[in-house]
Ligand binder design. Structure first.
Ligand code: GLN
Length: 305
């Protein structure tokens, strides 16, 4: 695995110095306090090679990356019936868009746009006894890191200005596709978006999606093989909103971004790689994160295509 290490080191140095024209996600006020020079990368392979560089041990807000984890929990609890409440098609719109919901009668296009993640939050609220605690234990259980936490600073900062997500949730509720009180659904949604972890935590946590739904080390199935394949398929087609095509074209891996500047990418049966750099492009995806992964899969020729 010396080669992977060398490619990561070289690519890291090259991408670190590019002129990053991106901007912080200032629509969540607390996220504009993050040091925009941070840049970390961590890879974990299914045969136990781990390597990180830069700020890979600094915690950050994983934001929409958490949507993969809430989907995983809902899918593992309820199976295929979740697809009665939301779709599996790319939206071709921004992550917080309202437009399609009206014509789609409150059925979100997929679980990774905000509307879809809000419906998944509603499903979890209806099916978990203590939703926030249970979700956190689920995530800690997969990662083996009992120190993972929500950030109340981030969630309250987002809650204070979450008018668009409130509009999404109310619109879906008006079509009858939200069972609980919108304020409770949003409270849970903002908390899960505020989960904090570092690149090492992220790459280790997501290994189950490179490992056919099994926890790393092989014991403990989180999803069936088919469910794991399907979540990877959704990450490939919808993980970067209206930039999912570009990510597939340039990087060639299933992945998921968050407006905290993190990206997790998965090579099924091989590895997971987490990248964090807070400046975002106009689609809300990390500029350096995307650039790093493009160079990485090009140099290693390790993409799924
Ligand atoms: N919490 C953010 C929001 O709802 C998540 C968006 C993202 O990371 N793309 O706007």
């Amino acid at each position: 695995m010396v080669e992977l290490k060398t490619v990561i080191e070289e690519t890291y140095l090259k991408v670190k110095n590019i002129d990053d024209k991106g901007e912080l996600a200032s629509y969540i006020p607390e996220l504009s306090n993050v040091d925009f020079n941070k840049f970390g990368v961590h890879i974990s392979t299914i045969d136990n090679f781990n390597f990180g560089i830069g700020d890979c041990y600094d915690k950050f807000s994983i934001q929409s990356i958490a949507k993969v984890l809430s989907l995983t929990l809902a899918y593992s609890l309820l199976g295929e019936q979740i697809w009665e409440r939301l779709g599996i098609e790319p939206s071709g719109t921004s992550f917080n868009s309202l437009v399609q919901l009206e014509s789609d009668k409150g059925i979100p296009r997929n679980p990774f746009v905000n509307s879809g993640a809000i419906v998944i939050s509603d499903i979890l609220l209806s099916n978990l006894e203590n939703p926030k605690e249970d979700f956190l234990s689920f995530v800690r259980g997969i990662s083996g890191n009992s120190g993972l936490k929500y950030s109340s600073k981030i969630s309250s900062s987002e809650k204070a200005v979450g008018y668009r997500n409130t509009a999404l949730c109310n619109l879906i509720k008006s079509f009858g596709n939200i069972e609980n009180e919108p304020s409770d659904v949003l409270d849970f949604y903002f908390d899960l978006c505020s989960l904090e972890m570092n690149c090492k935590d992220l790459s280790e946590l997501f290994l189950f999606l490179a490992n056919n739904g099994y926890k790393s080390g092989g014991n403990g199935s989180i999803l069936t093989k088919s469910q794991s394949k399907r979540i990877n398929a959704l990450m490939q087609t919808c993980g970067f909103y209206d930039e999912s095509g570009e990510f597939a074209f340039k990087v060639g891996l299933p992945g998921k971004s968050g407006v905290g500047g993190g990206i997790i990418a998965i090579h099924p049966n091989k590895y997971t790689i987490a990248v964090w750099s807070p400046k975002l492009n106009e689609k809300g995806n990390s500029c350096k994160g995307m650039r790093f992964l493009e160079e990485f899969t090009t140099k290693t020729e390790l993409s799924i295509f």
